[in-house]
Design a protein around this ligand. Structure first.
Ligand SMILES: O=C[C@H](O)[C@H](O)[C@H](O)COP(=O)(O)O
Length: 235
């Protein structure tokens, strides 16, 4: 196991301690969240009773393969806890997510959860969000108009940078689990994430964006010197 994997596993293990019998869980997407699913599966095999709502087809496949019982948001009345990774988090526990393309389902699931716990390693901690290109999920119709509107919204906040469609391994635009495309916006330093989130959400062709504002209740950071946990003060 690489050092990076070991840290991801440690963060996932710390989040697992917050899981109790009978919980309805949101299951995140990505290399860190998949460690949580693996460790959760071991506890399920040992008798823990939980149900999970996966945030992507990839996570659903992994959970099924490992025997984690799944459900949907239509079949439960909200979730107790979502555990997910992030591409960046700042001092206010605002996040950039969507590096794996799952931001839309991830945000729906997180928003329907009493708590969202983010599992990360030190490399994800930033002073300003934006060094990681911000994923923006857009409908496939009228992308010229959507990109112009994104540029205008960004310019209104003194932001600029390249907008690039995310591509798949075949050189085609990457299609998300919901059948949309993703635009990665290289804004570099997002000094007003809440304002940018609102401006992007107001654009008709934008389905969702990877700014997760006021959603994370806790961030768990695994580092070489141990595991740190930061809770959002109001929660
Ligand atoms: O769409 C993907 C998600 O937002 C991931 O949780 C995020 O990209 C972090 O992934 P990883 O744990 O692989 O760095």
């Amino acid at each position: 196991m690489t050092t990076a994997d070991a840290l991801k596993r440690e963060a996932a293990a710390a989040a697992l301690e917050m899981v109790a019998n009978g919980m309805r869980l949101g299951l995140g997407t990505g290399s860190t969240a998949s460690w949580f699913v693996r460790l959760l599966a071991e506890r399920v095999a040992a008798g823990l009773e939980v149900v999970g709502v996966p945030t992507s087809e990839a996570t659903a496949a992994l959970a099924r393969e490992l025997g984690v019982p799944l459900t949907t948001l239509d079949d439960v009345d909200g979730l107790d806890l979502t555990v997910d990774g992030a591409d960046e988090f700042d001092g206010e526990l605002n996040l950039v997510k969507g590096g794996g393309g799952a931001l839309l389902r991830e945000k729906i699931v997180a928003a329907d959860s009493a708590r969202m716990v983010v599992i990360t390693d030190e490399s994800k901690r930033v002073e300003w969000l934006g060094a990681f290109p911000l994923p923006i999920e857009v409908v496939t119709f009228g992308t010229g108009a959507t990109l112009r509107a994104i540029r205008a919204a960004a310019a209104g906040l003194d932001l600029s940078g390249s907008l690039a469609f995310r591509m798949d391994s075949n050189g085609n635009r990457r299609v998300t689990d919901q059948g949309n495309w993703i635009v990665d916006a290289s804004f570099r330093q997002i000094s007003a994430p809440k304002a940018l989130a609102s401006a992007l959400s107001a654009i008709p062709g934008v389905v969702e964006h990877g700014l997760f504002i006021d959603l994370a209740s806790t961030v768990i950071i695994a580092g070489r010197t141990g595991v740190e946990r930061i809770d959002r003060p109001s929660l």
